[in-house]
Design a protein around this ligand. Structure first.
Ligand SMILES: [Zn+2]
Length: 207
């Protein structure tokens, strides 16, 4: 009998696009995003998302910071734009997973907390992928700020305090969308779903 290439015991039921091998459903379920780098468009991964349980959030990151519903409503275009820019930064760094993204967002929280309070703290980010995501993100934001300047659009959306709170909100959002798998990319699949490929538009943040 043909055997699953992972457990070498059970009958293989599906072809794993990451491994290019036939594997059983149990191995697919238990090893996806744990030891296997699943492509986000894998049909089995997508199907599995519907039954996925999220990891417990022990404590909300930065819980002392209040991010009200009214703030989010007012700043919806901004946080959607920031999410889109994070998505862009993730795409520029292949191999990134959700835990790298959480580290990147946590570092951005610190950075904008510093800017908001007038204290610029240069933090080093030991995780190289997270650091690269932060660099891509900041570069894209800087390009956007320049662009907005030349178009004479009100730069009020780039108030550091707003950016800080949006980052805190996204930090919590990413913590909620953590499926607990070491190579998990649940949060990144959400970004991919929200942002089909296109360039961020100026009016997205100024509307
Ligand atoms: Zn197996």
């Amino acid at each position: 009998m043909e055997k699953c290439s992972l457990c070498e015991t059970r009958r293989p039921r599906r072809n794993c696009p990451a491994l290019g091998k036939d594997i059983c459903t149990q191995c697919c379920g238990s090893k996806r995003e744990v030891t296997v780098d699943c492509p986000l468009d894998c049909a089995y991964l997508i199907e599995g998302r519907d039954h996925e349980e999220m990891a417990q959030v022990g404590e909300y990151p930065n819980r002392e910071v209040e991010v009200s519903g009214a703030f989010l409503e007012r700043n919806q275009p901004l946080y959607i734009f920031v999410l889109g820019t994070l998505h862009h930064a993730a795409k520029e760094n292949p191999g990134v997973n959700d835990s790298d993204m959480r580290e990147a967002i946590a570092a951005l929280v610190q950075r904008y907390r510093g800017k908001e309070s007038g204290l610029v703290v240069e933090t080093t980010i030991p995780n190289r992928i997270a650091a690269a995501v932060v660099d891509s993100f900041e570069q894209k934001m800087e390009e956007f700020r320049e662009k907005v300047k030349s178009e004479n659009v009100d730069p009020a959306v780039f108030i550091d305090e707003n950016m800080f709170k949006v980052m805190v909100f996204l930090d919590r959002f990413a913590a909620l969308k953590n499926n607990g798998r070491p190579k998990g990319r649940y949060f990144l699949s959400l970004l991919r779903f929200m942002f089909p490929p296109m360039e961020p538009k100026t009016d997205a943040v100024t509307a």
